[in-house]
Write a protein that binds this ligand. Structure first.
Ligand code: PRX
Length: 690
């Protein structure tokens, strides 16, 4: 069976925007950009395309176009990046103010997996699987990945999965995980990847909320040399959920007998045809959901849809990373997070380049792991988290210096603020001061990169630790946290960061809870998207993201809500109540400190209790959610209306003092503060003597 032929869509014509034929910038030698060079002046006579050469050279023009004619701009972007089965005739039907509806390219049709596979050269390498075992990698071509994806897609259909069904993927970063995501996309099932470090309870919670009928997993998986018993965790989770009909198991490390609802993945997949026509999906059909933490309640399942998401991640992947065909792109995030979805998988594959699947950890078998991999695979773009960079810089410069890193051209950072020391080290010792460092700001909710030094600034102007300017089409404003007034542009100021207009890759809703989506993300005053982040704006309108404005904690780039951790702690039978705050941490960015009050008759020793509480957190969430410190206090500071004043706890833990606590007029019992101060200081003293 042949895959269906693509209908090539035409470009929009307008007085300014002509049908692009040959952009003068299509020359592969044009890699650098400068707003004032000869090339730029020449290109002004030519039609404005949105490929990176054109955007780099005509940045201001592109920004103006996107601002003045957003529908035309986004339509052109979507037509250039995506192959549509049926071209769309409507562009943006979003309405932040009325009902929080977000809808892009609504009557267009496409197949996401076809865009990521069928349209590329079968023989070029799609994936390089960098296995956990050191120095072991495996190539998968686009042809092989397409075959595997079709086989998995047939398997899913045979197991009763149909369009709109949810499939939970609990796998390490590996080719079968990517093929399963793309197989879901091929048949219109909604994948929900759960990071394979989450516990059985956390997995069960996500399976149940999503109402998944199928879970795809592996028997076991090595990570940093340690074995994770994935199948055991899935078995436990399935027992806690009422909806799973089948578990598809990839025997990564040997054959084990499967029973009950288990299905052997390799056996099943091996029997299937390698061909499957790609059916047309609507642009707004859900592609995947991904759970992330907020400041209150349970993790929310953010829903991303097909057309706008794919177009935006493909476009931003090109704009920010500036790859050339044949490059090796290494995003070392896990596929359980949005970075793994948008850039490791969809963005890179839609663009037909080679993407690395990094299954291991930065310190295994030693702190040279990334650098040895860069040399062996010839990595051109590395996209990593500041936590990893900080942990590697602590190990000294000798590790990166042992390897040939000359293939690198772009160094990306994502997930949390990058501090100056880490930025400079990354630039100097990894990039040898000749790579472009891109600190990219975005979120699970935004789907793709929103603020980044490239393409916004000439490379010479990139300021360390600044995400610089929003991408064309992304309109950012800061809001005064007290007055809720919009802060003026062109002045140095700080505020809550909002995005004023919808963009194609934003999450459409929270699974089964659209009201929560509207309440959480859309501001009442202006009808803007509220990011939850605070930012600093310079006079040039450059942005530095300074942290969260809510109770979300970012530990090593993993997002956690304080209430999630508190809920877990409260499950210990001796705990009466708990409050969790974050403190700065030199490697993880932030760390958790917990304050716990115990039930009256509790007779267990504090060290034992600490161990038990940590075990509960590991069981309920994951080990990365365990606190740095647990303080047992007799009372928690509260307002007269009963709210715990976490702000005071945070101040005490960082300063150790009971003075300068800000406004404490609403405090119900001021003596509670002294109790906390005494407990914290006593513990600090004990720790010093240990
Ligand atoms: O606080 C911001 C921080 O990570 C949050 C989003 O987390 P998540 O949805 O897990 O997605 C992470 C990967 C995109 C943001 O609200 N964050 C992300 N990137 C940056 C950042 N903080 C500072 N600088 C960044 N570059």
């Amino acid at each position: 069976m042949k895959s269906r032929s693509f209908i090539r869509s035409s470009f929009i014509s307008s007085p300014n925007i002509k049908v692009p034929k040959n952009c003068c910038c299509s020359s592969i030698t044009c890699k650098r950009f400068s707003s004032s060079n000869q090339h730029s002046r020449n290109s002004r006579a030519n039609p404005l395309t949105l490929d990176r050469h054109s955007v780099y050279n005509r940045y201001e023009e592109v920004v103006k176009y996107a601002r003045d004619e957003p529908d035309k701009f986004w339509a052109q972007m979507a037509r250039e990046k995506v192959t549509w089965h049926k071209p769309f005739s409507v562009v943006n039907e979003s309405d932040f103010k009325k009902d929080g509806r977000v809808r892009w390219f609504g009557d267009g049709q496409l197949n996401v997996s076809e865009n990521c596979l069928d349209r590329h050269d079968r023989d070029s390498v799609a994936l390089i699987w960098e296995k956990d075992e050191p120095r072991q990698h495996q190539h998968v071509t686009y042809g092989e990945l397409l075959d595997l994806t079709c086989q998995v897609a047939h398997t899913l259909l045979q197991l009763g999965v149909s369009k709109g069904d949810r499939v939970v993927i609990y796998l390490p970063t590996c080719p079968i995980a990517i093929a399963t995501m793309l197989a879901c996309a091929r048949i219109g099932a909604i994948h929900c990847v759960v990071f394979a470090g989450f516990s059985a309870s956390a997995l069960a919670q996500r399976i149940n909320d999503a109402g998944a009928k199928l879970v795809v997993t592996a028997d076991r998986s090595p990570r940093g040399g340690k074995m994770i018993e994935l199948k055991k965790i899935v078995d436990e989770a399935v027992k806690m959920s009422g909806c799973v009909e089948k578990v598809l198991v990839w025997q990564r490390l040997g054959k084990k007998d499967l029973k009950g609802i288990d299905v052997d993945l390799e056996k099943e997949v091996g029997n299937q045809s390698k061909e499957m026509e790609a059916p047309s999906m609507n642009a707004e059909d859900p592609l995947f959901m991904l759970y992330t933490s907020g400041s209150t309640g349970k993790p929310k399942g953010l829903v991303h849809t097909s057309g706008g998401y794919l177009a935006y991640v493909a476009w931003t992947h090109e704009m920010v990373f500036n790859w050339t065909k044949g490059d090796v792109f290494a995003c070392v995030a896990d596929i359980g997070w949005i970075t793994g979805h948008s850039y490791l998988a969809y963005g890179a594959l839609a663009n037909g380049i080679t993407t690395v699947l990094f299954e291991s950890t930065p310190l295994y078998p030693d702190p040279g792991r990334y650098w040895e991999m860069v040399e062996r695979l010839g990595v051109n773009q590395l996209y990593a988290a500041p936590t990893a960079i900080r942990s590697l810089l602590k190990k000294g410069d000798s590790y990166p210096h042992q390897y040939d890193l000359s293939s690198l051209r772009t160094l990306g950072s994502v997930g949390e603020p990058i501090n100056t020391e880490a930025w400079l080290w990354y630039n100097e010792h990894v990039g040898h001061n000749r790579c472009t460092v891109v600190d990219t700001w975005w979120q699970t909710e935004t789907g793709g990169i929103m603020i980044s030094p490239r393409p916004s600034a000439p490379e010479a102007e990139i300021i360390p630790t600044m995400a610089m300017r929003p991408l064309p089409g992304v309109e950012v404003v800061l809001i005064d946290p007290l007055t809720k007034e919009e802060l003026p542009k062109g002045v140095a100021t700080d505020g809550d960061m909002c995005i004023t207009r919808p963009w194609p890759s934003m999450a459409r809703t929270i699974w089964k809870d659209h009201n929560r989506y509207v309440d959480t993300y859309l501001t009442k005053e202006h009808g803007y998207y509220l990011t939850g982040d605070e930012a600093h704006q310079t006079e040039e309108n450059y942005y530095r993201i300074t942290g969260r404005m809510d109770d979300v904690i970012n530990i090593s780039g993993h997002r956690l809500g304080t209430s999630e951790v508190e809920d877990a702690i409260d499950q210990h039978p001796q705990v009466s109540e708990s409050a969790v705050v974050s403190i700065p941490h030199s490697i993880k960015g932030e760390a958790i400190v917990a304050f716990v009050t115990l039930k009256d008759n509790c007779s267990i020793e504090e060290t034992q209790l600490e161990t038990e509480i940590n075990a509960v957190i590991k069981k309920e969430i994951a080990s990365f959610a365990q606190p740095e410190n647990i303080h047992f206090v007799s009372n928690l500071p509260r307002t007269r209306s009963g709210k715990i004043m976490r702000r005071i706890l945070k101040k005490v833990i960082t300063t150790g003092a009971s003075e300068d606590l800000g406004d404490i007029s609403t405090l119900a019992d001021p003596s509670a503060v002294q109790t906390v101060v005494d407990t914290v200081n006593k513990k600090k003293k004990n720790d010093l003597h240990k």
